[in-house]
Structures are given as C-alpha cells and as structure tokens.
Design a protein around this ligand. Structure first.
Ligand SMILES: Nc1ncnc2c1ncn2[C@@H]1O[C@H](COP(=O)(O)OP(=O)(O)OP(=O)(O)O)[C@@H](O)[C@H]1O
Ligand SMILES: [Mg+2]
Length: 293
C-alpha cells in the first residue's frame, strides 16, 4: 500500500507575534484579512504577513471558513518549502481566530504588481505559474489548487510569480472530499464545477487537475490582455450562462492584439495551448506540461 510522505507540521507562533505599524488589513480575500506583523525568533524581528480567517457568528459560514483554513494548513504541511509556492512559517490564533503566518511579499499579488509595473514582461511570470502548477499536479500525492486566478498568485522580491491561497485545495490521496460549499471565483471556473441541477442533497462538484487547467488558461489570458475572463459580461449570472453554454472566456483577437507579449510568434504558440484549456470536455484540455512557448 502506498503511504503519504511525512508532512512538515506547522508550529504555533502566537506568542512570538505582534502587530506591525497598522491595525487595518493591508489586503482582503473572501475568507481572510491579511495584516502585516512582526515575528520575533531568536531575538531577531522579521516582518511577516498574518492571514487571519474571518470566522463569523453564522455557523454555516464558519464551517466554510474553517474548511478553507484546514485545507490551506494541510496543503502547506504537505508541500515542501519551495520557490514556486508562498512560504508559510507557522500558524497562530489572533483574537480567537485561526491564522497563517507567512513571509511578507511586499510586491503583493500579480494583478497589483502588473498594475504598478505595466512594462514588465509577462512571459517569465507565466512560466513561473506554469512551473508552480506543474509542481502541484506532479506532487505525490497530486495536489489540485482549485482556485487558480491572479489574486492567488504573489510576486516575490525578485519579481518571480509564486502560488498562494491553498484554501480550495484538493489533495488526491483517496481520503474523502469534504462536501463544504467552497465558493470559488466563477469567472475563472470550469463548467463542470458549476452546479447546473438544483438539488440540495448532491455534494458540490470537486475540482480536478483538468479544472485547474481551465482556470490557468483564464489566468494567463488575463495577464496577457489585462482583461478579466468574460470581460464583456458584467454580471455573474451572465458569466455563468456563458460558461455553461460553451462560450470561451476570450477571443483570439483579445489575445493576439494585446500589448503584453513582446513576440507575436510566442503569443500565437501560447494562444494555441491556452485556447485548448477551455475545451468543454475536461479530458480534451492540455496537461500542464504541454505549456511550452
Ligand atoms: N504573504 C503575503 N504577502 C503579501 N500579500 C499577501 C500575502 N498573502 C496574501 N496577500 C494578499 O492578500 C490577498 C488575499 O489573500 P488570499 O488569497 O490568501 O485570501 P483568501 O481570503 O483565501 O482569498 P480568496 O478571495 O481568493 O478566497 C491576496 O490576493 C494578496 O493580495
Ligand atoms: Mg485568494
């Protein structure tokens, strides 16, 4: 019988943490507020990011938030420290809320970074993201990210892209998938993840490596075009309808006419793979190692 490799248990750093300059979060996601903190280890102070999960008085919402926290801790404990994924130093409890203590990435997420540095080449950033996802999908056991999108990709101090936000992760190790209704970002979501039948008893669809490929295609296209998937549709309901009706999130013209790729030839090769990420049949989508450009 195959057994999982030993995990790196995250340490509780609560007693070594104090808030940094400012008491307001510097960034917010759907499930968490991210603060800057100071971590003292061996008498040395370091700036860190503290991702505090927003537990609420609503019990059902709490279950979803705790599930995100649990998945994220499990993923970081499984994945060995690596330059392709964000560095997590430990866990903490902040005002009774669970938190992750991470390295502070001053460049923030890739959407913000490209907004502030519009002239950087996106090619290396895309290659980094592809490498990161390849690492997850070829891990033992394989890891499905489940929520690939620009706000879940950080940029390190060397300007390299790294994956973060493992709250929707699914580890393909045969253990039961918890049927928590984890809301993912519908603009980046594969059609098979959108529940089309109204039936309260059925568990929500499970993300897979092929649904990650749909989201990877959308993420790459957003970086190249600076436009969101389905940018001509304003409302989520229009987006969902477009996805289930098989309309692709971008056209070839959106992609090829974008200014963000320096070389037109490279752009055309990349489009050829990206476009296949939006095949309605998951088996027809490319695997992550088919990205070469
Ligand atoms: N270590 C970090 N250093 C700097 N900024 C960070 C760090 N971690 C997260 N952020 C910022 O905080 C935002 C929210 O973080 P994250 O995506 O992990 O939270 P979430 O609540 O799980 O989000 P989502 O809405 O995607 O579910 C990121 O998009 C990024 O801008
Ligand atoms: Mg996020």
């Amino acid at each position: 019988m195959r057994t999982s490799p030993p995990s790196n248990k995250l340490r509780d750093l609560s007693t070594q943490l104090r808030p940094a300059d400012n008491k307001f979060p510097l960034a917010q996601g759907s499930f968490s507020d991210v603060y800057r903190g100071i971590l003292t280890q061996d008498n040395v102070d370091a700036q860190v990011a503290v991702k505090v999960f927003r537990v609420s008085p609503d019990k059902q919402k709490n279950a979803v938030v705790f599930e995100h926290y649990r998945r994220e801790v499990q993923a970081y404990e499984l994945l060995h420290p690596n330059r392709l994924v964000a560095e997590v130093l430990g866990v903490a409890t902040i005002r009774d809320k669970p938190a992750l203590v991470m390295k502070w990435y001053k460049n923030g997420d890739i959407a913000r970074y490209l907004h502030l540095h519009p002239h950087v080449s996106v090619r290396q950033l895309i290659l980094d993201i592809v490498q990161g996802l390849k690492y997850l999908h070829s891990n033992y056991p394989p890891v499905v990210h489940g929520d690939v999108k620009p706000s879940n990709i950080l940029v390190d101090d060397n300007g390299r892209a790294i994956l973060c936000d493992f709250g929707s992760t699914h580890i393909l190790d045969g253990t039961e998938f918890t049927a928590a209704n984890l809301s993912r970002s519908c603009r980046f979501m594969a059609p098979e993840l959108l529940p089309t039948v109204i039936d309260d008893d059925s568990p929500p669809p499970t993300p897979t490596s092929t649904s990650d490929m749909w989201s990877l295609g959308c993420t790459i296209a957003q970086l190249v075009t600076c436009k969101k998937p389905y940018h001509t549709r304003r409302f989520s309901s229009q987006v969902v309808l477009s996805i289930v009706n098989g309309l692709p999130p971008y056209t070839e013209a959106d992609f090829i006419n974008a200014r963000n790729m320096n070389e037109v030839d490279q752009c055309q090769v990349l489009w050829g793979v990206v476009e296949r990420c939006w095949e309605m049949a998951p088996v027809r989508r490319p695997a992550v190692d088919e990205f070469e450009f």
